[in-house]
Design a protein around this ligand. Structure first.
Ligand SMILES: Cc1ncc(COP(=O)(O)O)c(C=O)c1O
Length: 406
């Protein structure tokens, strides 16, 4: 009997092609390699935190404040929700997958009187119906997941922003898997709270949550009847302790500022480098690179005889959600790709766990250097599991797409 070859014997870790956390650019990794800084020193506030948030404003395409917090994407969602929503406030939650449900759960915890606007998994959003529902409910806030990571679908945030504005609702947008990979125009779209995490297309380490806050959102916080039920994550404290008077906050210009929650210094330093790399590349080029990579991934998948899960018109450029071939267990594909071919992808989530696979094209992995080996490993693993596709067909189609698009 021939022994099974092990191609990953000397590899210490798989390449991360999951939809986040994603691979890090080398300068970002290097930024982590420093002795501890003192988070309450002016040198850190002025030399690291402030320039980071300023660079992030350009990434967010906003003139408003971008607040950093220790945490992850869901911390940003929760901080946004608990800061503006009071018990009994009406909230309309667009639910098109697992992360819409997460927002609903968070709204539940903060005591919102929420109504879900359900969208079939992977299907388009009916904007007319949403507008009618918003008109009927007149909610204090409307929430949307821009890029639903569980189904690989991107939703029309600009249009939902218009609906929110037309009924005087705050627009709360989850951009966890889109910011810095797909165009997110915070100010132009009227996003009041743009909530995201560091570990996806921003290509920074996991551990920071980011929220941009519009003047309307600050106003909603200031007009609360009762203070937010959180000390560390009440965003209003940033306005009172951190934001200078010249930018609408309470701290006299030039006076020392205080962080309402102690900032993780290494992660902030890494975030600063990540944001600078994004701005050096340029937002337009970065979005095009993600679009090309997402398209190449889809072309490769199609050439292998497989189908994407969501409606083609809303297929995401940062998360490819693929229907697994019949009789092939997604978990077995993931395990084999990781153990035998050294590439980690994800299964679907929840209801889609046993029928779909997910591949991230985020940050530096949105390139031929990562997409082609991922498709190659997928082809090999599927063949090992009995799915017959022509060897190299997926890689060839993706490579052709890259060649045409560059
Ligand atoms: C769209 C979306 N929202 C929220 C989250 C939660 O973020 P985190 O896992 O960083 O808390 C995720 C994570 O994958 C996500 O993709």
């Amino acid at each position: 009997m021939t022994a099974t070859l092990n191609f990953t014997q000397v590899q210490t870790r798989p390449i991360l092609m999951i939809p986040g956390p994603t691979e890090l650019p080398w300068p970002v990794i290097q930024a982590l390699n420093q002795p501890p800084a003192i988070q309450y020193d002016r040198s850190f506030d002025e030399g690291v935190l402030e320039p980071t948030t300023k660079a992030l404003r350009d990434v967010f395409q906003t003139r408003n404040e971008v607040i950093l917090l220790p945490g992850s994407g869901r911390t940003a969602l929760e901080a946004g929700a608990l800061s503006v929503i009071e018990r009994g406030d009406r909230v309309l939650v667009v639910g098109a997958g697992q992360f819409g449900l997460l927002m609903r759960e968070i709204m539940n915890r903060v005591g919102a009187d929420w109504t879900e606007f359900p969208v079939e998994l992977g299907a388009r959003l009916d904007l007319d119906r949403l507008a009618r529902e918003a008109e009927r409910l007149r909610p204090k806030a409307i929430t949307l997941v821009h890029n639903e990571t569980s189904t690989g679908a991107t939703y029309p945030a600009a249009e939902v922003g218009k609906i929110a504005r037309s009924v005087g609702a705050l627009f709360m947008l989850d951009t966890v898997s889109s910011i810095a990979g797909i165009d997110v125009r915070t100010d132009e779209w009227g996003v009041d709270l743009n909530m995201t995490g560091s570990q996806k297309c921003l290509a920074a380490p996991l551990g920071l949550s980011l929220v941009s806050v519009s003047p309307r959102a600050w106003e909603a916080m200031e007009q609360r009847k009762i203070k937010a039920h959180s000390y560390a994550y009440d965003l209003l404290r940033w306005k009172e302790w951190w934001v200078p008077v010249s930018r609408g906050g309470s701290v006299p210009d030039g006076a020392p500022r205080r962080q309402p929650v102690s900032m993780p210094t290494h992660l902030t330093a890494a975030m600063r480098v990540a944001a600078e790399l994004i701005l050096q590349e340029g937002l337009e080029a970065r979005f095009r690179r993600h679009a090309l990579s997402g398209g190449a991934l889809r072309a490769g998948v199609k050439a292998m005889g497989l189908e994407m899960f969501p409606d083609a018109s809303i297929a995401s450029n940062t998360v490819g959600c693929i229907r697994a071939p019949r009789n092939v267990e997604p978990a077995a594909v993931v395990q084999l790709m990781r153990e035998r071919y050294g590439v980690l992808i994800g299964t679907g989530l929840d209801k889609l766990r046993t029928t779909t696979l997910r591949i991230g094209t985020m940050g530096i992995t949105a390139s031929p250097q990562y997409v082609l080996p991922a498709l190659s490993a997928l082809e090999l693993a599927l063949r090992d599991l009995g799915y017959k596709a022509q060897p190299g067909a997926g890689v060839a189609a993706a490579q052709a797409a890259f060649a045409e698009g560059i």
